[in-house]
Design a protein around this ligand. Structure first.
Ligand SMILES: [Zn+2]
Length: 72
C-alpha cells in the first residue's frame, strides 16, 4: 500500500474488536488508520478486499465471515 513502506496486516478478532472496528456476518467496517474514513468491506462483493479511497488501507473478510483483516 504505502510506497516504500511496510504493509502491516492486522487480523481482526470477532470477539475482541477494536474501538474503530465492527463485524457483522460477512461484513466488516473499520476506520482507515491513515485518513479516518469508515471503510465497509463485504465478504460477498469484495472478494479481493476493499481499499479506502485514500489507498493507504485495505480490509478483507472471507465470504463466510470467519476471518477478517486490515492492511495498512
Ligand atoms: Zn484512508
Amino acid at each position: 500500500m504505502r510506497e516504500g513502506g511496510v504493509v502491516t496486516r492486522k487480523q481482526l478478532d470477532k470477539n475482541n474488536l477494536g474501538h474503530l472496528e465492527d463485524w457483522r456476518g460477512n461484513n466488516i467496517a473499520f476506520a482507515c488508520p491513515a485518513c479516518g474514513k469508515i471503510v465497509l468491506v463485504s465478504g460477498l462483493s469484495d472478494k479481493d478486499g476493499h481499499s479506502c479511497p485514500c489507498g493507504k488501507s485495505k480490509g478483507y473478510v472471507d465470504i463466510k465471515g470467519e476471518t477478517a483483516s486490515i492492511e495498512s
